[in-house]
Ligand binder design. Sequence first.
Ligand SMILES: Cc1ncc(COP(=O)(O)O)c(C=O)c1O
Length: 432
Amino acid sequence: MVTNRELLAVREQSTPRGVGTQTTVFAAKARNAEIWDVEGKRYIDLAAGIAVINTGHNHPAIIAAVKAQLDRFSHTCFQVTPYDVYVELAARLNALAPGRTPKKTIFLTTGAEAVENAVKIARRHTGRSGIIAFSGAFHGRTMMGLALTGKVVPYKAGFGPFPAEVFHVPFPIDYHGVTAADSLAALETLFKSDVEPSRIAALIIEPVQGEGGFYPAPVPFLRELREFCDRHGIVMIVDEIQTGFARTGKLFAIEHAGVEPDLMPVAKSLAGGFPLSGVIGKAEIMDSVPPGGLGGTYGGSPLGCAAGLAVLDVIENESLCDKAAAIGEQIRSWATALQGKHPCIGDVRITGAMCAIELVKNGDADSPDAELTKEIAAKSLENGVLLLTCGVRGNVIRFLPPLTIEPEMLGDALEVVGDVIAGLSNRMQKAS
Ligand SMILES: Cc1ncc(COP(=O)(O)O)c(C=O)c1O
């Protein structure tokens, strides 16, 4: 039997360290909310491949759809010989996207590529160049993705220069003393000190910041941004790459605010683990690019599109939006009870099944505890629970279970994490 240690040695010899990995266990098999490593150890998966497996690992309906597509063909290139599953998935997403304006959808491969395309479309539509993004945002690792990303280390450091004309304003986070009014004021200041509104093509926002720390944008703020964009002729891009496909209790997180985006990059859980991304947008804006201006050899892979159609069926047939809300409530009651006992849990944030706890020293929001955060993730892994960290200051544990997880299994995982936090927190109290 090959061991984790042996594979790690090969990994270190053969792959660059720039691709950081959060664990040193190698996956052998995964089903629904469980992963087994090459040594046969079982983990409950609260990471879902970074919000990709909302429908669970190897959902039988998704696997069957992909196998059926594999028997037909795996690639023709949509730009050469188009195929049914691409246009069918586009039509379904157009009908499901928030708002009544007619929509069109292009498919690509990665989230970053979807963001790139949204920016291209917005620029072509407006004839303008500037883009406004938010500090703490994450929009991918391509050059434009990085330009839009609002966190320097480790993403941007040493990789510049990035595409020009990208401006960052603070994202509203009450817990850190930045109100929605502060963020709106920063937009007005930007127009006074840096750039005129008529140079701005688009504003891009995650309805819940993902890598930045699972901070939800307040609903009134999102509505004000919609008005702000309308006032200035700016395309509103809502990045639903991490928040989409039932994760927050709605198919798209922006639905909580009742806002209709102009363009919506999607990826991750769109195809339940098969590489597929897209931009869903208002038809008139999407059609501002002439033929040949958009596309890519692999964009809209037939396997990904077949999976995407099955994903939409599973979300509907298994009521995954309702399940996300129930998961959020289960995590909320566990986390708030734990917070009452352990002041290291400074904040609990729940948007459907996009859940996080923020770890601080002495209950102080301004004293992030990144060390403790790392230890919680490492010890939980030792005890069979796979968790991810995130946050601009590295002090957030995020909970992203598959939405198909059984409540009992989630309860077991939370008990493990709760014991780990209690153990580490008692150790800290004794030491002080
Ligand atoms: C909100 C958001 N946008 C864009 C991306 C980039 O997606 P990808 O890694 O598929 O390029 C991510 C990935 O985590 C994301 O969370």
